[in-house]
Design a binder for this molecule. Structure first.
Ligand SMILES: Cc1ncc(COP(=O)(O)O)c(C=O)c1O
Length: 435
């Protein structure tokens, strides 16, 4: 049996209706922005392998960090023990994180980083003698696939089967100008009133407001104004509610700043990190909190302990790559590269907006997203999948979110590679429009 036949026999892939999905493509290697297929093709990784990759595949500097760490210490239980990679990564994170986030709690993926954030916020109030059972989250939110993270996420095809299992979360409007009757194309942030109304009524029972700052990802790549984020912080302060920033997607440069909160120069009380934390190499999650939150747990009373942990918390291999990832950001001036990618996207925007099929173009940092017009079917409409297949034929991976296509390459992508992808996008849309 070859790999594909064994895959069909033994495996069950994420987010895949196995009965009708196209066969998965066996990948045998990867270098830079290129994935190498078993049959000798090279595919440009236009989604940074599910939004995780920063400095390219098989980066020599990261490879070396991983190799060295593997020869020293591959893993050790993180309760009752510690190690240099975990400590040094936490130190480095505290240096680059928005001010005031000084305590790092490790887990092992984005959903668990969020789960930790929600539990930390809830227990923070409980340890202070307050029972606050509610969270406020936004429309179009996506925070992950575990039960808590799904509860905070807005209703979608992803959460529908589990609806009856989820806990209740209050939902405020998000600044999604295109689909907002009040602001339409020009967002005047009237949606902030809906958050204020909820806070006014429910702040005493609300542990935290949780948001994906500046860019709501899996809910459709919705880009915000920094003003909205500022207002959210102000409202949380006004009503005495914690602010959790889920920067699992937006962290580490994806929106053009190191963290999306930096656009509004605000600090959340808790930040959730994963994905690009390890440059796309290893599963790792980190949830950082303020000293004030840490202190609510710091007690002689064992019941005030944060009883949460995972077998692979602070895995040394993952932490070592995380450190090397941040070193490369400095050494290679990575944020400048993202500014360049952004300028190429902005140059392309006017052209993209002229296609009949394109309803809205959204650009932030290293992310180009455009929403395709669909008459029915919404997220599950065929158009996204059809175009995905079309781009694959052209050796580009642009996995869509329903009817939203996105291009989010590793930051080391070269100008000629960007130009090539953009010209292929233009070509595919031209032939689609002329049908
Ligand atoms: C904003 C956000 N939070 C959480 C998650 C969940 O991360 P993971 O897939 O690592 O569980 C994602 C994944 O896309 C995300 O975009």
């Amino acid at each position: 049996m070859n790999i594909l036949e064994k895959d069909r026999k033994y495996l069950w892939h994420p987010y895949t209706q196995e009965k009708i999905a196209q066969l998965p493509i066996p990948i045998v290697g990867a270098k830079g922005v290129w994935l190498e297929t078993e049959d000798g093709r090279k595919l440009l990784d236009g989604v940074s392998s599910w939004w995780v990759n920063t400095h390219g595949h098989s980066n020599p500097y990261l490879n070396e960090a991983l190799r060295k760490q593997a020869e020293t210490l591959e893993h050790v239980i993180f309760a009752g023990f510690t190690h240099e990679p975990a400590v040094l990564l936490a130190e480095k994170l505290v240096e680059v994180l928005p001010e005031g986030l000084t305590r790092v709690f490790y887990s092992d993926n984005g959903s668990t980083a969020v789960e930790v954030g929600l539990k930390m916020a809830y227990q923070y109030w409980r340890n202070k003698g307050e029972e606050r059972r509610t969270f406020i989250a936004l429309e179009h939110a996506y925070h992950g696939d575990t039960i808590g993270a799904m509860s905070a996420s807005d209703d979608s095809a992803f959460t529908a089967p589990f609806k009856n299992l989820l806990f209740k979360v209050l939902r405020a409007e998000a600044p999604y100008a295109l689909h907002c009757d009040k602001c339409k194309q020009k967002c005047n942030l009237s949606c902030i009133e809906s958050l204020e109304n909820l806070l006014e009524k429910h702040h005493k029972e609300t542990s935290a407001v949780i948001i994906e700052p500046m860019l709501q990802g899996a809910g459709g790549m919705i880009v915000w104004e920094a003003d909205y984020l500022k207002r959210v912080r102000e409202l949380c302060d006004k009503y005495g509610v914690l602010l959790i920033a889920d920067e699992v997607l937006t962290g580490f440069g994806r929106t053009g700043k190191m963290f999306a909160c930096d656009h509004a120069e605000i600090s959340p009380d808790i930040i959730c990190l994963s994905k690009a934390l390890t440059a796309g190499y290893m599963p790792l999650g980190a949830t950082a909190a303020t000293e004030e939150i840490f202190e609510a747990f710091y007690d002689d009373d064992r019941l005030k302990t944060f009883f949460h942990g995972h077998s692979y918390c602070a895995n040394p291999l993952a932490c070592a790559v995380g450190i090397a990832n941040l070193e490369l950001f400095e050494q290679e001036n990575t944020l400048e590269k993202i500014v360049f990618i952004n300028s190429k996207f902005r140059e392309f925007e006017p052209k993209l907006s002229t296609f009949n099929i394109v309803e809205d173009v959204r650009i932030i940092g290293g992310v180009l997203a455009f929403e395709l017009k669909v008459s029915d079917g919404g997220y599950l409409a065929d158009i996204g999948q059809n175009l995905y297949q079309e781009f694959l034929k052209r050796n580009i991976v642009l996995r869509p979110l329903g009817n939203v296509l996105l291009f989010m390459p590793p930051y080391i992508i070269e100008e000629k590679e960007i130009d090539w992808v953009l010209s292929e996008i233009e070509d595919v849309l031209t032939s689609h429009d002329s049908k």
